[in-house]
Write a new protein. Structure first.
Length: 173
């Protein structure tokens, strides 16, 4: 697992890569909004993982954190997790095993399909998820202080809008 110092180092590397990307781009072009959204997501994820570590919680990786976001008390099939995360079933299975080892999840055979497994949060996993949500709330408060409450609320309102189905841009002929 990664220490808080390593998380900060990774954040610094990500910032450096972003600066290099910006320098390489033409002077009059701005980075695509997708890059800005990714940078914003990474700020939250890095802050979350470092805060969880600071509070003495089990260290988890970015990929494990992503998986935890899709888990709930009612359970979900590993194949559905793979689909949600856009990874292979084998990669999802590996992350589930890692989360089982630290006691965050448990698996049971799906009674409706004996070849499938259902993943559910354990009490430890539910507790960690609760703390993560509390950290997210604190991060939102901190971000609203940094960028201004009005801008924060406006940004939140915009990203929460229904963007509709994904778009496929056809090749220009």
């Amino acid at each position: 697992m990664i220490s808080v110092n390593k998380v900060y180092t990774l954040y610094c590397i990500a910032c450096s890569v972003n600066i290099i990307y910006t320098i390489i781009m033409k002077k009059n072009e701005t980075p695509p909004i997708a890059r800005s959204l990714l940078n914003a997501f990474n700020w939250f994820d890095i802050s979350l993982l470092a805060s969880m570590k600071e509070q003495g919680l089990e260290e988890i990786s970015h990929s494990q954190s992503m998986m935890m976001a899709y888990l709930n008390d009612s359970g979900i099939r590993i194949s559905e997790l793979a689909k949600n995360l856009r990874i292979s079933r084998q990669a999802a299975q590996k992350r589930v095993v890692e989360l089982e080892k630290i006691g965050f999840v448990s698996t049971v055979i799906d009674p409706s399909n004996l070849s499938a497994k259902i993943v559910t949060l354990t009490p430890k996993g539910r507790s960690s998820t609760k703390v993560a949500l509390e950290i997210f709330t604190a991060l939102e408060v901190e971000l609203s202080k940094r960028i201004g409450v009005d801008d924060f609320n406006y940004m939140k309102k915009i990203v929460e809008k229904d963007w509709g189905f994904p778009v496929v841009i056809k090749k220009k002929t």
